[in-house]
Design a protein around this ligand. Structure first.
Ligand SMILES: [Zn+2]
Length: 174
C-alpha cells in the first residue's frame, strides 16, 4: 500500500490532468474550479485513509477528533471506507451529521444569547434557489470528491498487487 506521501504525490500529479479534462468537457471555469477543488480536498484530507491515523486525518488539525468514532467503527481498507462511491457517501453523511450537530449547538448558543435561532423553514426558499442555481457545481463537487477517493483506492490496489508480485521474485533470488 503506498505511503501518505505517495498518495499526496498522485493527487498533485493528477490535479492538472483532472482540471484540464474538466475544463475541456465543461467549458466552465466555476464547474472546473468546483471539481478540481473537491478533488484536491478529497485527495489530501477527505479520502479513504481517514479510517486510520493518517496524514489525511492529521490535516483536520484541531477538528481531527471528529473522525475518531469513524475510525473506531471502520476496519482499515474495508469496502465501507475504500469502496467506490459508498466510501465517499458514508464520509459525506458522517460529516453531515457533525455539521448538523454544529448547527444545533450554534442555534442553542444563539437562542441563549439573543433569543433567536436559525430555522430550516425560514431559509428554505434561499437554500432551494441556491441549490438550483449551483446544481452543476454541486454535481462537480461530488464528482471531484469521488475521483479523489478513487485515485486513492486504485493506487492502494495497484500498490498491493505490485508488492505481491514482487515478493515471490525477491524470495527466488539467491
Ligand atoms: Zn488507503
Amino acid at each position: 500500500m503506498p505511503s501518505g506521501a505517495t498518495h499526496d504525490r498522485i493527487t498533485l500529479i493528477s490535479l492538472p490532468i483532472v482540471t484540464g479534462l474538466t475544463l475541456l468537457a465543461s467549458r466552465s471555469a466555476s464547474i472546473t474550479l468546483s471539481l478540481a477543488g473537491s478533488f484536491l480536498f478529497s485527495g489530501l484530507m477527505f479520502g479513504p485513509d481517514l479510517d486510520i491515523y493518517s496524514v489525511q486525518f492529521k490535516r483536520w488539525g484541531i477538528l481531527r477528533w471528529i473522525w475518531r468514532p469513524y475510525q473506531k467503527s471502520m476496519r482499515h481498507r474495508s469496502w465501507l471506507s475504500h469502496g467506490p462511491v459508498i466510501g465517499t457517501l458514508i464520509r459525506l453523511a458522517y460529516l453531515g451529521c457533525w455539521v448538523a450537530i454544529g448547527i444545533a449547538l450554534w442555534n442553542g448558543v444563539a437562542m441563549l444569547n439573543h433569543g433567536a435561532f436559525w430555522s430550516w423553514h425560514s431559509t428554505q426558499p434561499q437554500i432551494q434557489s441556491f441549490a438550483l442555481q449551483y446544481f452543476w457545481q454541486g454535481i462537480a463537487i461530488l464528482a471531484g470528491l469521488e475521483l479523489g477517493a478513487l485515485s486513492h483506492s486504485w493506487s492502494d490496489v495497484i500498490g498491493s498487487t505490485w508488492k505481491k508480485w514482487r515478493k515471490p521474485r525477491r524470495k527466488g533470488r539467491p
